[in-house]
Design a binder for this molecule. Structure first.
Ligand code: SAM
Length: 272
């Protein structure tokens, strides 16, 4: 367990470091968008890229783009390939990740800012596209992030994100334990729980129109869990304590997924 301090997410990602042993590919922290069921380890590097490609596709081509919560920056050269932006900026609360991702940020020609998604240091109307991959559940407030995304977008700008919504609250002690442990492990606050409808409503309230939301947990969470379990089963060497902790964590996420307490959301919206 961590001592979290002022920025729980930064504490978590500082401690995971640049080579998180459960990452599906080097430098990639997302769960992937899978064609298969996660049993083919060769699909993992394809799946993590397919997810970013899918989320980046709605971005306007040739505009100014902001990537919020960019992890180790592996996704940024791919975002450039898909959206061919005039400029790319990234904001990440975890300074160590920006440092570890320096070469990838250079490759992407990105300007990096160490800051908070819910208080972004850009003027109104600075961007044509805002993208955020699997990070919004970490932000201190989703509502403020969506309001900030709306503010920094120009009219006609596009927001495209993935997020992990909560479909229902725990009903049994086992579910409660799994949910609280996951909140604790990932440094999340209770307010992070929001249904897909809540998130869509927040996007509308921030001013967005044309909000399109899709649940794709079957292609993301299910296969990713199988893939990570396969890697743990096949792992040789490494720390026994790490592997044991990972199995316990995996079991808890499995429960939250199998009983449909959580899902995986893709959301696209427009600033009118
Ligand atoms: C699950 S990782 C996803 C990283 C990356 N998008 C990927 O998919 O590989 C969540 C990311 O969000 C960042 N993050 C968390 N809270 C943040 C905040 N308040 N403002 C900006 N970034 C934040 C973390 O530092 C981390 O890089």
């Amino acid at each position: 367990m961590f001592r979290y301090g002022r920025n729980p997410a930064a504490t978590v990602y500082d401690s995971l470091g640049p080579d998180f042993f459960l990452a599906l590919d080097d430098g990639w922290l997302n769960l992937g968008l899978w064609e298969g069921d996660g049993s083919d380890p060769e699909e993992a590097p394809i799946a993590v890229r397919a997810l970013v490609q899918r989320i980046a596709e709605p971005l306007p081509i040739g505009g100014d783009v902001l990537d919020v919560g960019n992890g180790l920056a592996a996704q940024d050269p791919l975002i450039v390939q898909v959206a061919r932006p005039r400029s790319l900026a990234v904001v990440n609360v975890t300074l160590s990740q920006l440092r570890h991702g320096r070469d990838r940020l250079t490759e992407a020609g990105a300007v990096a800012v160490n800051g908070d998604a819910s208080r972004m240091p850009w003027r109104d109307g600075s961007f044509d596209g805002v993208i955020s991959v699997e990070a919004a559940f970490h932000f201190p407030s989703r509502r403020r992030f969506l309001e900030e995304a709306f503010r920094v977008l120009r009219p006609g700008g596009v927001l495209t994100i993935s997020d992990i919504p909560t479909l229902r609250m725990p009903r049994t002690p086992r579910e409660g334990l799994a949910a609280v442990s996951q909140l604790r492990v990932w440094g999340l606050h209770r307010g992070t729980a929001a249904t897909p409808d809540d998130i869509v409503t927040m996007a509308h309230a921030a001013g967005f129109t044309g909000v399109r939301a899709e649940l794709v947990g079957d292609r993301v969470i299910g296969p990713a869990l199988r893939a990570v379990r396969g890697r743990l089963d096949g792992a040789h060497g490494g720390s026994w304590a790490h592997a044991r902790a990972a199995r316990v964590m995996l079991g808890q996420v499995d429960l939250l997924w199998e009983r449909r307490l959580i899902d995986y959301l893709l959301l696209v919206a427009k600033k009118p």
